[in-house]
Design a protein around this ligand. Structure first.
Ligand SMILES: Nc1ncnc2c1ncn2[C@@H]1O[C@H](COP(=O)(O)OP(=O)(O)OP(=O)(O)O)[C@@H](O)[C@H]1O
Ligand SMILES: Cc1ncc(COP(=O)(O)O)c(N)n1
Length: 512
């Protein structure tokens, strides 16, 4: 198969109330992981109570529909349902002979649950020929009896024996279904008597207490075609399809459709597990956060410290004070990066954070040591601003929520790279801070930043709503810490070294 999403074609009749026929097939194919396509054999005026009338379009038009699909789209599996007439059955048989789709599941629909005929009596011979071409036939108990040319079986053992005779007669695998028998147990079995050694693979089940069973056969056969197209294993496909069908029956009563036998809820389990809320892409999340901190970024760009760093007029003592604080910051920042590596869900992310931890402690320490002697760093104490930033990061690391932790780590990459890129353009051979300016704009830091943005964005897109909100909040808090960190050496008003300013306005809005 060329794609992991199987393209499954249903050839069947319609049910305008959406519970059976082609409408049910398309829902079932989608719920079981396939791309559904549909060619209509007959238009049926029916509802949950019964069939009112059947309109069979000209067979030439059926052929046109079938060719329109197969001339254009690769077909991974076909499910055949209601065929209505012998002429339609023969046309489908001829198309199958020509196109040879890799998987064919035939649900030999003859009589609706309501008792109405959905296949002309004279079409039964043609249906037998079609069964020979199928990989799996899925008759209910009365349909099995017609295929066998025998009376209807009334016990599960009799159903299995009849299924074996049908399997041998048509040379096809048969799904024997217990749906029409009475009792709390509801087994299904794959019966193969076409080869040398007959086999019966029984999957036990219990009856779900509901009257909403309209379209179970249509839905099960579509699920089987879809799942087999992927797994190539009938037993596995049946186990999975039956588990899905049971949960769809369990959710059926939450629908309010019709006054007769209602439909199953094809997406009941899926909605309960995953809801219907959409999720933003990784890029949308991180772009949103970036624009949310545009005020903080603008404040950083205007800081006297950043402007002085760019034009080289910054007081050297202020720069050394900044680097000393940065060195103290980087030691613990590296530990928090290592914690992200410890919590990472994939080997690639583990390696990324571990490499970043090493980069922070080695590469950047070298830069600091060329400006500030290690003894000076050893004697220095972290300023309140440095401590506040580190406390936020260390606490996020200690809480152990990977997604929130990496969102907290991101501004240090992204804002530094962003500011660094602009400052680097101002660097020149005689610039007093050129070695610093060039570090944060270099290519490997740009690559690390892009990787960090990608990792954090992916974690945010996969996270639930409340985690994603917490990630965005801590991203803004840490962007605020970046602003405070750049502001600290001079203060927002350009104060002297050592006199740390009060927190800038933007920080008071988002407390760690
Ligand atoms: N009440 C139920 N509880 C659990 N499983 C059920 C129930 N009703 C039907 N099923 C499942 O649905 C499958 C199809 O049911 P059934 O044998 O009635 O086929 P069918 O008559 O072809 O269906 P349809 O109602 O579409 O004509 C069964 O194999 C069984 O696994
Ligand atoms: C078009 C079409 N195909 C199949 C069925 C069988 O389903 P059920 O036996 O649940 O009525 C149906 N009613 N309509």
């Amino acid at each position: 198969m060329s794609t992991s999403i199987p393209r499954v074609l249903s050839i069947a009749g319609t049910d305008p109330t959406g519970g059976a026929g082609i409408q049910a097939d398309l829902k079932s194919i989608a719920a079981n992981g396939g791309y559904g396509m549909a060619v209509v054999t007959a238009l049926v005026a029916q509802n949950t109570v019964g069939v009112r009338s059947v309109h069979v379009p000209p067979v030439s038009f059926l052929r046109e529909q079938l060719d329109a699909v197969s001339d254009d789209v690769g077909i991974d599996a076909v499910k055949i349902g209601m065929l209505a007439t012998a002429e339609v059955t023969i046309a489908v048989d001829q198309w199958l002979a020509r196109v040879r789709p890799p998987v064919v599941v035939l649900d030999p629909v003859m009589v609706a649950t309501s008792g109405d005929r959905l296949l002309d009596a004279e079409a039964e011979q043609a249906l037998g020929d079609l069964a020979r071409r199928a990989d799996l036939v899925t008759p209910n108990v009365p349909e099995l009896a017609i295929l066998a040319g025998e009376p209807v079986a009334t016990s599960w053992d009799a159903v299995l024996e009849q299924a074996a005779r049908v399997s041998a007669r048509y040379g096809v695998l048969v799904l024997a279904k217990g749906g029409h028998l009475r009792g709390a147990d509801l087994p299904d079995a794959l019966v193969d008597a076409a080869g040398e050694t007959p086999t019966v693979t029984e999957i036990p089940g219990v009856r779900v207490d509901t009257t909403s069973t309209h379209g179970t056969g249509c839905s099960l056969s579509s699920a089987l075609a879809t799942r087999f197209a992927v797994s190539r294993d009938w037993e596995n496909a049946l186990r999975e399809s039956k588990a899905w069908l049971v949960e769809s029956l369990q959710h059926a009563d939450s629908l309010d459709v019709g006054t007769g036998h209602g439909p199953i809820h094809h997406f009941g389990g899926m909605w309960a597990r995953g809801g219907t809320a959409t999720r933003p892409s990784p890029q949308e999340v991180t772009a949103g956060w970036w624009s949310d901190v545009s005020d903080i970024r603008a404040e950083i760009d205007e800081l006297p410290f950043v402007c002085g760093l760019g034009d080289g007029t910054l007081d050297r003592d202020a720069f050394v004070w900044y680097l000393t604080q940065d060195a103290l910051y980087l030691r613990d920042y590296s530990r928090v990066l290592a914690q992200a590596s410890r919590l990472a869900p994939t080997a690639a992310e583990q390696a990324f954070w571990a490499a970043s931890a090493q980069g922070a402690i080695l590469g950047e320490m070298q830069l600091h040591e060329s400006w500030v002697p290690p003894e000076t760093i050893g004697r220095a104490a972290p300023s309140p601003t440095t401590s506040a930033y580190l406390d936020t990061l260390l606490a996020a690391g200690a809480r152990g929520d990977y997604a929130v932790l990496v969102a907290a780590l991101l501004p240090c990459f992204w804002i530094y790279h962003d500011v660094g890129q602009r400052l680097e353009r101002l660097s020149h051979p005689g610039h007093p801070y050129s070695s610093w300016l060039e570090t944060y704009a270099d290519e490997s830091f740009a690559l690390s930043t892009a990787q960090a943005v990608q990792i954090v964005g992916t974690a945010a897109a996969a996270a639930d709503e409340s985690t994603r909100t917490a990630m965005g909040e801590i991203f803004r808090v840490c962007a605020g810490h970046e602003l405070a960190f750049f502001a600290a050496p001079l203060g927002t008003q350009g104060r002297a070294v050592g006199q740390e300013p009060a927190l800038p306005g933007s920080l008071t809005r988002a407390a760690p």
